[in-house]
Design a protein around this ligand. Structure first.
Ligand SMILES: NC(=O)c1ccc[n+]([C@@H]2O[C@H](COP(=O)([O-])OP(=O)(O)OC[C@H]3O[C@@H](n4cnc5c(N)ncnc54)[C@H](O)[C@@H]3O)[C@@H](O)[C@H]2O)c1
Length: 264
Protein backbone atom coordinates (compact mmCIF):
# COMPACT_ATOMS: atom_id res chain seq x y z
CA UNK A 1 0.00 0.00 0.00
CA UNK A 2 2.87 2.27 -0.60
CA UNK A 3 2.27 5.65 -2.14
CA UNK A 4 5.00 7.51 -3.94
CA UNK A 5 8.13 6.10 -5.35
CA UNK A 6 11.53 5.01 -4.30
CA UNK A 7 14.32 7.53 -4.89
CA UNK A 8 16.06 5.28 -7.36
CA UNK A 9 16.61 5.13 -11.12
CA UNK A 10 13.79 3.53 -13.12
CA UNK A 11 15.88 0.42 -13.72
CA UNK A 12 17.68 -1.58 -11.06
CA UNK A 13 21.27 -2.67 -11.46
CA UNK A 14 20.31 -6.20 -12.53
CA UNK A 15 18.16 -4.78 -15.31
CA UNK A 16 14.75 -5.35 -13.73
CA UNK A 17 12.61 -2.24 -14.26
CA UNK A 18 11.28 -0.55 -11.15
CA UNK A 19 7.69 -1.05 -12.38
CA UNK A 20 8.31 -4.80 -12.58
CA UNK A 21 9.80 -4.83 -9.08
CA UNK A 22 6.66 -3.04 -7.86
CA UNK A 23 4.45 -5.80 -9.35
CA UNK A 24 6.45 -8.70 -7.91
CA UNK A 25 4.69 -8.49 -4.51
CA UNK A 26 1.33 -8.71 -6.31
CA UNK A 27 2.39 -11.91 -8.08
CA UNK A 28 3.82 -13.25 -4.85
CA UNK A 29 0.59 -12.64 -2.96
CA UNK A 30 -1.44 -14.44 -5.65
CA UNK A 31 1.08 -17.29 -5.88
CA UNK A 32 1.17 -17.73 -2.11
CA UNK A 33 -2.62 -18.13 -2.10
CA UNK A 34 -2.31 -20.80 -4.83
CA UNK A 35 0.48 -22.51 -2.94
CA UNK A 36 -1.64 -22.63 0.21
CA UNK A 37 -4.32 -24.41 -1.84
CA UNK A 38 -1.63 -26.83 -3.12
CA UNK A 39 -2.17 -25.75 -6.74
CA UNK A 40 0.93 -27.02 -8.59
CA UNK A 41 0.87 -24.93 -11.78
CA UNK A 42 -0.84 -21.81 -13.06
CA UNK A 43 -1.28 -20.25 -16.48
CA UNK A 44 -0.16 -16.70 -17.12
CA UNK A 45 -3.81 -15.69 -17.69
CA UNK A 46 -5.00 -17.16 -14.38
CA UNK A 47 -2.13 -15.67 -12.43
CA UNK A 48 -2.51 -12.29 -14.14
CA UNK A 49 -6.21 -12.23 -13.24
CA UNK A 50 -5.46 -13.18 -9.62
CA UNK A 51 -2.80 -10.48 -9.36
CA UNK A 52 -4.89 -7.86 -11.16
CA UNK A 53 -2.29 -7.41 -13.91
CA UNK A 54 -2.43 -7.72 -17.68
CA UNK A 55 -1.14 -11.17 -18.78
CA UNK A 56 1.23 -9.84 -21.48
CA UNK A 57 2.79 -7.59 -18.83
CA UNK A 58 3.10 -10.57 -16.48
CA UNK A 59 4.93 -12.64 -19.12
CA UNK A 60 7.29 -9.73 -19.79
CA UNK A 61 7.90 -9.28 -16.06
CA UNK A 62 8.69 -12.97 -15.61
CA UNK A 63 11.07 -12.91 -18.56
CA UNK A 64 13.26 -10.55 -16.49
CA UNK A 65 13.43 -13.29 -13.87
CA UNK A 66 14.35 -15.82 -16.56
CA UNK A 67 11.03 -17.60 -15.99
CA UNK A 68 9.13 -18.47 -19.14
CA UNK A 69 6.73 -21.20 -18.00
CA UNK A 70 6.00 -24.36 -19.98
CA UNK A 71 3.69 -24.21 -22.97
CA UNK A 72 0.39 -25.93 -22.19
CA UNK A 73 1.32 -26.36 -18.51
CA UNK A 74 2.04 -22.86 -17.25
CA UNK A 75 4.26 -21.80 -14.40
CA UNK A 76 5.37 -23.98 -11.50
CA UNK A 77 3.81 -22.25 -8.48
CA UNK A 78 6.35 -23.31 -5.83
CA UNK A 79 9.32 -22.44 -7.99
CA UNK A 80 7.91 -19.00 -8.81
CA UNK A 81 7.23 -18.32 -5.12
CA UNK A 82 10.86 -19.14 -4.43
CA UNK A 83 12.16 -17.15 -7.39
CA UNK A 84 10.17 -14.00 -6.62
CA UNK A 85 10.92 -14.22 -2.88
CA UNK A 86 14.61 -14.48 -3.69
CA UNK A 87 14.41 -11.54 -6.11
CA UNK A 88 12.66 -9.41 -3.49
CA UNK A 89 15.21 -10.37 -0.86
CA UNK A 90 12.58 -12.14 1.22
CA UNK A 91 14.54 -15.33 1.70
CA UNK A 92 16.39 -13.51 4.46
CA UNK A 93 15.07 -12.02 7.69
CA UNK A 94 14.78 -8.20 7.73
CA UNK A 95 14.80 -6.56 11.15
CA UNK A 96 12.61 -3.44 11.10
CA UNK A 97 12.24 -0.62 13.63
CA UNK A 98 9.07 1.40 14.02
CA UNK A 99 9.49 4.96 15.29
CA UNK A 100 6.45 6.70 16.77
CA UNK A 101 4.32 4.24 18.74
CA UNK A 102 1.00 6.07 18.82
CA UNK A 103 -2.24 4.82 17.27
CA UNK A 104 -0.66 3.92 13.95
CA UNK A 105 2.72 2.68 15.20
CA UNK A 106 1.00 0.39 17.71
CA UNK A 107 -1.33 -0.94 15.01
CA UNK A 108 1.65 -1.64 12.75
CA UNK A 109 3.50 -3.34 15.60
CA UNK A 110 0.48 -5.58 16.12
CA UNK A 111 0.17 -6.42 12.42
CA UNK A 112 1.05 -10.08 11.96
CA UNK A 113 1.64 -9.70 8.22
CA UNK A 114 5.15 -8.32 8.65
CA UNK A 115 6.56 -11.35 10.40
CA UNK A 116 4.90 -13.81 8.04
CA UNK A 117 6.59 -12.02 5.13
CA UNK A 118 10.07 -12.03 6.65
CA UNK A 119 9.99 -8.62 8.37
CA UNK A 120 10.76 -8.94 12.06
CA UNK A 121 9.87 -5.98 14.26
CA UNK A 122 13.18 -5.68 16.08
CA UNK A 123 12.37 -2.57 18.13
CA UNK A 124 9.72 0.05 18.85
CA UNK A 125 10.95 3.59 19.51
CA UNK A 126 9.11 6.62 20.84
CA UNK A 127 10.06 10.07 22.16
CA UNK A 128 7.57 9.97 25.03
CA UNK A 129 9.46 9.02 28.21
CA UNK A 130 6.19 7.78 29.73
CA UNK A 131 6.06 5.03 27.10
CA UNK A 132 9.57 3.71 27.69
CA UNK A 133 9.49 0.11 28.84
CA UNK A 134 5.77 -0.35 28.15
CA UNK A 135 5.08 -3.39 26.00
CA UNK A 136 3.25 -2.98 22.70
CA UNK A 137 2.58 -6.21 20.80
CA UNK A 138 4.81 -7.86 23.39
CA UNK A 139 7.79 -5.62 22.61
CA UNK A 140 8.92 -3.00 25.16
CA UNK A 141 8.98 0.52 23.71
CA UNK A 142 12.42 2.15 23.85
CA UNK A 143 13.20 5.85 24.05
CA UNK A 144 14.52 7.82 21.07
CA UNK A 145 17.67 8.69 23.03
CA UNK A 146 18.79 5.13 22.27
CA UNK A 147 17.82 5.15 18.58
CA UNK A 148 21.36 4.94 17.18
CA UNK A 149 22.38 2.12 19.52
CA UNK A 150 19.18 0.18 18.76
CA UNK A 151 19.78 0.41 15.00
CA UNK A 152 23.37 -0.71 15.37
CA UNK A 153 22.72 -3.54 17.84
CA UNK A 154 19.96 -5.01 15.68
CA UNK A 155 21.61 -4.49 12.29
CA UNK A 156 18.52 -2.63 11.10
CA UNK A 157 18.39 -1.34 7.54
CA UNK A 158 14.62 -0.68 7.27
CA UNK A 159 12.87 1.95 9.38
CA UNK A 160 9.17 2.75 9.59
CA UNK A 161 8.23 6.34 10.55
CA UNK A 162 4.86 6.82 12.24
CA UNK A 163 5.55 10.07 14.09
CA UNK A 164 3.71 13.36 13.60
CA UNK A 165 4.76 15.11 10.37
CA UNK A 166 6.77 17.76 12.20
CA UNK A 167 9.12 15.17 13.70
CA UNK A 168 9.50 12.94 10.66
CA UNK A 169 12.47 14.60 8.93
CA UNK A 170 14.51 14.72 12.10
CA UNK A 171 13.71 11.06 12.83
CA UNK A 172 14.57 10.20 9.24
CA UNK A 173 17.94 11.99 9.48
CA UNK A 174 18.82 10.13 12.66
CA UNK A 175 17.79 6.79 11.17
CA UNK A 176 19.89 7.40 8.06
CA UNK A 177 22.92 8.57 10.03
CA UNK A 178 22.62 5.43 12.15
CA UNK A 179 22.74 3.24 9.03
CA UNK A 180 19.14 2.78 7.88
CA UNK A 181 18.94 2.76 4.09
CA UNK A 182 15.23 2.10 3.48
CA UNK A 183 12.38 4.07 5.01
CA UNK A 184 8.65 3.48 4.95
CA UNK A 185 7.10 6.84 5.79
CA UNK A 186 3.55 7.15 7.08
CA UNK A 187 3.89 10.79 8.17
CA UNK A 188 2.21 13.21 5.76
CA UNK A 189 5.39 14.99 4.72
CA UNK A 190 8.00 14.69 2.00
CA UNK A 191 11.31 13.42 3.35
CA UNK A 192 14.69 14.45 2.00
CA UNK A 193 17.25 11.66 1.97
CA UNK A 194 20.74 11.23 0.55
CA UNK A 195 21.46 9.09 -2.51
CA UNK A 196 21.35 5.41 -1.77
CA UNK A 197 18.42 5.69 0.64
CA UNK A 198 15.02 4.46 -0.56
CA UNK A 199 11.86 6.08 0.75
CA UNK A 200 8.35 4.83 0.19
CA UNK A 201 5.45 6.88 1.42
CA UNK A 202 2.09 5.55 2.50
CA UNK A 203 -0.83 7.94 2.63
CA UNK A 204 -4.30 6.48 2.87
CA UNK A 205 -5.92 9.90 2.54
CA UNK A 206 -4.29 10.32 -0.88
CA UNK A 207 -5.71 6.94 -1.90
CA UNK A 208 -9.15 8.12 -0.77
CA UNK A 209 -8.76 11.37 -2.69
CA UNK A 210 -7.95 9.41 -5.86
CA UNK A 211 -11.05 7.27 -5.29
CA UNK A 212 -13.09 10.45 -4.78
CA UNK A 213 -11.81 11.76 -8.10
CA UNK A 214 -12.93 8.56 -9.86
CA UNK A 215 -16.29 8.60 -8.07
CA UNK A 216 -16.82 12.17 -9.24
CA UNK A 217 -15.87 11.23 -12.80
CA UNK A 218 -18.21 8.22 -12.77
CA UNK A 219 -21.05 10.44 -11.59
CA UNK A 220 -20.25 12.91 -14.38
CA UNK A 221 -20.21 10.12 -16.95
CA UNK A 222 -23.61 8.87 -15.83
CA UNK A 223 -25.09 12.35 -16.21
CA UNK A 224 -23.49 12.76 -19.64
CA UNK A 225 -24.70 9.31 -20.67
CA UNK A 226 -28.28 10.16 -19.71
CA UNK A 227 -28.30 13.42 -21.68
CA UNK A 228 -26.39 12.03 -24.66
CA UNK A 229 -28.22 8.71 -24.98
CA UNK A 230 -30.94 10.11 -27.21
CA UNK A 231 -28.79 11.65 -29.93
CA UNK A 232 -25.48 9.77 -29.97
CA UNK A 233 -26.82 6.22 -30.19
CA UNK A 234 -24.19 3.55 -29.64
CA UNK A 235 -21.14 5.80 -28.92
CA UNK A 236 -20.02 5.60 -25.26
CA UNK A 237 -21.18 8.88 -23.76
CA UNK A 238 -18.01 9.77 -21.86
CA UNK A 239 -15.85 9.13 -24.91
CA UNK A 240 -18.17 11.22 -27.03
CA UNK A 241 -18.11 14.03 -24.48
CA UNK A 242 -14.29 14.04 -24.49
CA UNK A 243 -14.00 13.59 -28.24
CA UNK A 244 -12.03 10.37 -27.78
CA UNK A 245 -12.57 6.71 -28.44
CA UNK A 246 -13.71 4.53 -25.56
CA UNK A 247 -10.27 2.86 -25.45
CA UNK A 248 -8.43 6.17 -25.23
CA UNK A 249 -10.59 7.49 -22.44
CA UNK A 250 -10.13 4.34 -20.38
CA UNK A 251 -6.38 4.97 -20.07
CA UNK A 252 -6.53 8.56 -19.00
CA UNK A 253 -6.08 9.79 -15.47
CA UNK A 254 -5.27 13.01 -13.68
CA UNK A 255 -1.71 14.22 -13.23
CA UNK A 256 -0.10 12.34 -10.40
CA UNK A 257 -2.74 9.63 -10.59
CA UNK A 258 -0.25 6.88 -10.01
CA UNK A 259 -1.85 3.83 -8.47
CA UNK A 260 0.26 3.61 -5.38
CA UNK A 261 -0.78 0.34 -3.90
CA UNK A 262 -0.91 -1.59 -7.13
CA UNK A 263 1.43 -0.05 -9.68
CA UNK A 264 0.18 -0.70 -13.22
N1 LIG B 1 -0.21 7.26 6.02
C1 LIG B 1 -1.39 7.03 6.47
O1 LIG B 1 -2.24 6.51 5.81
C2 LIG B 1 -1.65 7.47 7.87
C3 LIG B 1 -2.76 7.05 8.58
C4 LIG B 1 -2.90 7.46 9.89
C5 LIG B 1 -1.94 8.30 10.44
N2 LIG B 1 -0.90 8.72 9.70
C6 LIG B 1 0.17 9.57 10.23
O2 LIG B 1 0.94 8.76 11.10
C7 LIG B 1 1.49 9.56 12.11
C8 LIG B 1 1.09 9.00 13.47
O3 LIG B 1 -0.32 9.05 13.63
P1 LIG B 1 -0.96 8.56 15.00
O4 LIG B 1 -2.40 8.67 14.86
O5 LIG B 1 -0.36 7.24 15.37
O6 LIG B 1 -0.41 9.70 15.99
P2 LIG B 1 -0.18 9.61 17.54
O7 LIG B 1 -0.16 11.00 18.04
O8 LIG B 1 -1.12 8.63 18.16
O9 LIG B 1 1.28 8.98 17.69
C9 LIG B 1 2.47 9.66 17.39
C10 LIG B 1 3.57 9.08 18.27
O10 LIG B 1 4.81 9.61 17.81
C11 LIG B 1 5.59 9.92 18.98
N3 LIG B 1 6.59 10.92 18.62
C12 LIG B 1 6.45 12.25 18.48
N4 LIG B 1 7.62 12.81 18.14
C13 LIG B 1 8.52 11.82 18.05
C14 LIG B 1 9.90 11.76 17.74
N5 LIG B 1 10.60 12.85 17.43
N6 LIG B 1 10.51 10.57 17.76
C15 LIG B 1 9.82 9.44 18.07
N7 LIG B 1 8.51 9.43 18.39
C16 LIG B 1 7.87 10.60 18.37
C17 LIG B 1 4.57 10.39 19.99
O11 LIG B 1 5.08 10.29 21.32
C18 LIG B 1 3.42 9.45 19.74
O12 LIG B 1 3.49 8.28 20.53
C19 LIG B 1 0.96 10.97 11.88
O13 LIG B 1 1.94 11.68 11.14
C20 LIG B 1 -0.28 10.75 11.06
O14 LIG B 1 -0.58 11.86 10.23
C21 LIG B 1 -0.74 8.32 8.43
Amino acid sequence: MATGRTHRPATRSRGIPEATVARLPLYLRALTALSERSVPTVSSEELAAAAGVNSAKLRKDFSYLGSYGTRGVGYDVEYLVYQISRELGLTQDWPVVIVGIGNLGAALANYGGFASRGFRVAALIDADPAMAGKPVAGIPVQHTDDLERIIKDNGVSIGVIATPAGAAQQVCDRLVTAGVTSILNFAPTVLTVPDGVDVRKVDLSIELQILAFHEQRKAGEETTMETAAGDIGSLPAAAAAHGTSADDSADQGPDGDVPAVMPA
